[in-house]
Write a protein that binds this ligand. Structure first.
Ligand SMILES: NC(=O)c1ccc[n+]([C@@H]2O[C@H](COP(=O)([O-])OP(=O)(O)OC[C@H]3O[C@@H](n4cnc5c(N)ncnc54)[C@H](O)[C@@H]3O)[C@@H](O)[C@H]2O)c1
Length: 270
């Protein structure tokens, strides 16, 4: 159902790899709520071709951008300004990649070269995006930027590996840049801390089935789905949340504030 919450708004969505991606679902939800979208992903992800199906469905142009490249970022935001005839109103940063996880390196024995790349893709990219947007004046007054994160930034989930550090940095950049962008142009920056969700990036975490089932049992409302997350992104991009900035917002069915649930106690007593 559409309430036209984003009617007249223009936005850029990073990270739609396939139909499981949270970014994919968010692009559809934003389109349904009346927004115009530009899609982007890393050139290698785009070569897989899936993103073109989404682009066709929501009538969105696609521009390649490797978020570790200043040149690509400048090109993307310049193209967005040309396409929309001015700045954008919202941006979704839905990007994560751990090279050490991919290479099965344990947290205590990570390769620091891989680690630099992980932090660059998964966290510093938010700084690069905001800094480039500020320089090019590519985000409109009261614009809203959301990045996706995970509670491993606050608590230990051993198999989340170096991504825990990447998410902690991502959330810190959200606060620090959020301060400067609010002061300069009333642009808001927040992270949404999402429940475990079955996607390509999510399933890359070792023991993901245990991870997602445990969270389900530990969340009074159950896990938040990708579709739920897309709807929350719509709310964050709308004017109804215009005074919210520099926050890490838990979107996890209550997991983050639950010590234990009856379901888990019953299993412990078996
Ligand atoms: N799936 C989960 O359980 C879960 C939970 C909490 C937070 N998140 C976060 O949600 C976000 C989206 O992940 P997802 O679960 O939808 O998985 P996904 O694999 O569908 O999306 C990750 C995206 O990052 C993109 N990416 C990787 N390297 C890039 C680069 N150099 N330049 C540009 N893009 C690049 C990939 O192409 C992909 O589209 C990530 O930040 C992830 O950490 C996921």
């Amino acid at each position: 159902m559409s309430n036209n919450l984003l009617k007249g708004k223009k936005g850029i969505i990073f990270g739609a790899l396939d139909s499981n991606s949270i970014a994919w679902k968010t692009a559809i939800a934003c389109h349904e709520q009346g927004a115009e979208i530009m899609l982007t992903n890393a050139p290698v992800a785009m070569r897989m071709g899936e993103i073109n199906k989404l682009a066709e469905k929501i009538n969105a142009p696609v521009v390649a951008c490797d978020v570790t490249s200043n040149e690509d970022m400048t090109n993307l935001l310049t193209k967005a300004k040309e396409h929309f005839g001015g700045g954008v109103d919202f941006i979704l940063h839905s990007i994560g990649m751990s090279l050490n996880m991919r290479k099965n390196k344990h947290y205590t024995e990570i390769d620091y070269g891989f680690n630099q790349k992980t932090l660059d893709i998964s966290a510093t990219s938010l700084h690069r995006l905001l800094a480039t947007a500020m320089k090019l004046d590519a985000i409109n007054e009261w614009g809203s930027v959301v990045a996706l994160t995970y509670i491993a930034a606050q608590r230990v989930f051993p198999d989340y590996n170096e991504m825990a550090d990447a998410k902690a940095l991502l959330e810190s950049i959200t606060r620090s840049f959020g301060y400067f962008y609010a002061t300069k142009k009333h642009v808001r920056v927040n992270t949404i801390s999402q429940s475990p969700t079955r996607t390509t990036a999510g399933s890359g975490v070792k023991g993901f089935d245990g991870f997602i089932n445990y969270a389900e049992q530990m969340s009074p409302l159950g896990n938040a789905s990708g579709e739920d997350c897309a709807n929350f992104c719509v709310a964050m991009f709308s004017d109804l949340t215009k005074m919210v900035t520099m926050q890490n917002l838990f979107h996890d069915g209550g997991f983050s504030f639950t010590g234990v649930t009856q379901k888990v106690i019953e299993q412990m007593e078996k």
